[in-house]
Design a protein around this ligand. Structure first.
Ligand code: AMX
Length: 407
């Protein structure tokens, strides 16, 4: 049955909107934003169990929801929290790998390499070598997922310490869930535990056609294990048009703060700054989206958090003014198909507020969250026996010939 037609514009234009992937984990509606297993993000945040006293749900509960489609009970979440605690400890060579990078290395490159360095522990790779039945592939993929997700906060916080701080290894706290433990290892007090939970949950999945999710699926489709697939997807996430955009937002805002000598600009001054950026041939970071055609609900959830916890923050005031000023300007300019803000317009300023001032690290935080959705997809890819990817390429001359014949 035909479900789509392929246009030349899509073939040379990044396969935009081509219906050629399957996932049941999430669906991105252009008007509504992402749904995880059928639930909008506000529903996810309302339904998932929360740690005592927390504003945001357990990240571990999201993994349960993405894998099963069911909202977990407190005790089901508790099981995953306990499993993660058992699997958190890093092999000592991971510290050596991180230490081997120069201090000015990209934290995404270090993150990707650190994950790759644990590939020798893959249960899937070992059992595959031993001849496991393909009906059982999903099981060691699940084990690898649990092992890797449990370790990501430890890896990331050590990269932060090594590249930007004193290089100390902070021990995880066995009493804490994933979000709170990450805040603890980063040495940032409350409510950064809730920031971590919020951040990991909203970044977890965005269908499977975006660069990071698609890379994870593509590499996994060759039966490469979870470590190889997640390391690869992080390299795509590191690109300026994808995960790196949140640091671009901050760099761009800091430029304006400098120009304004720390004052809040008037609306006119802000409009001028936006036009100057556009007129110099640059994009407005944090605005626009390949699929979305409205304000990103991930932006809105972070904005609500900022309004509750940091409404007097200077950068939040700037960001809020941009929300008012940029969409009409992008509409007037008439190029961007979506003039509304995306997730990245807001996330960097929250981490900055709580003391993470090293922007290159923001994409690592995105990467921890994104790993949850991609691994959930990989487990189902193995369970359903999805095929290795192999789309067909044509030459430009062939496309020209086809266009000529069509005329
Ligand atoms: N500012 C200025 N121009 C923009 C723009 C923006 N924020 N968003 C899109 N445009 C321009 C494009 O550059 C393109 O111009 P061109 O015709 O001269 O090449 C034109 O509008 C049409 O682009 P589009 O179809 O609306 O967007 P796209 O699907 O090609 O790209 C995206 C989507 C996100 C890369 C783009 O909107 C962009 O560059 N935004 C700024 C960077 C950003 O915020 N990235 C984060 C995305 C979310 C994520 O993955 N983390």
């Amino acid at each position: 049955m035909v479900i789509d037609q392929v246009k030349i514009g899509q073939v040379i234009g990044g396969m935009r909107s081509l219906k050629c992937l399957v996932t049941d984990i999430s669906y991105l509606d252009p008007q509504e934003g992402i749904r995880y297993r059928g639930y909008t993000l506000p529903e996810v945040f309302a339904k998932l169990p929360k740690p005592p006293g927390a504003e945001m749900p357990y990240v571990e509960g999201l993994l349960f929801l993405l894998l099963t489609g069911d909202v977990p009970t407190e005790s089901e979440v508790g099981d995953i929290v306990d499993e993660f605690k058992k699997r958190r400890v890093l092999p000592s060579h991971v510290y050596d790998v991180i230490d081997a990078f120069p201090k000015d290395a990209s934290p995404m490159a270090v993150f990707s390499a650190a994950i790759l360095s644990m590939q020798g522990d893959s249960s899937f790779a070992r059992l595959y070598r031993e001849g496991i039945n393909k009906m059982e592939y999903w099981d060691p993929t699940f084990e690898d997922t649990m092992d890797l997700l449990a370790k990501l906060p430890e890896v990331a916080s050590y990269i932060y310490s090594r590249l930007y701080k004193d290089g100390k290894r902070t021990q995880g706290d066995p009493n804490l869930d994933m979000g709170a433990n990450f805040a603890h290892m980063m040495g940032i007090p409350k409510p950064y535990d809730d920031v971590s939970r919020l951040n990991f949950i909203i970044h977890a999945d965005h269908e499977s056609g975006n660069v990071s999710a698609h890379t994870g699926h593509l590499v996994g489709s060759a039966l490469s294990d979870v470590y190889l697939s997640i390391s690869a997807m992080l390299n795509g996430l590191a690109g300026p048009l994808h995960g790196l955009a949140n640091q671009e937002v901050l760099r761009w805002l800091q430029d304006l703060v400098e120009q304004m000598k720390g004052k809040v600009p008037t609306e006119e001054e802000m409009k001028q700054f936006v036009w100057d950026t556009l007129n110099s041939g640059q994009v407005i970071p944090g605005f626009g989206h390949a699929v979305l055609r409205k304000t990103d609900p991930r932006y809105s959830l972070q904005r609500e958090f900022c309004q509750t916890h940091m409404k007097d923050d200077l950068l939040f005031k700037y960001t809020d003014m941009l929300y008012k000023v940029v969409p009409p300007i992008l509409t007037e300019q008439g190029k961007a198909k979506n003039p509304w803000p995306n997730v990245d317009a807001q996330s960097g300023i929250i981490h900055w507020h709580y003391g993470i001032k090293e922007y290159p690290f923001y994409t690592v935080l995105f990467g921890i969250g994104r790993s949850i959705g991609i691994t959930a997809n990989l487990i189902w890819d193995r369970a359903l026996g999805y095929a290795i990817e192999r789309p067909k390429s044509l030459s430009t001359a062939m496309l020209e010939e086809m266009a000529k014949n069509a005329k």
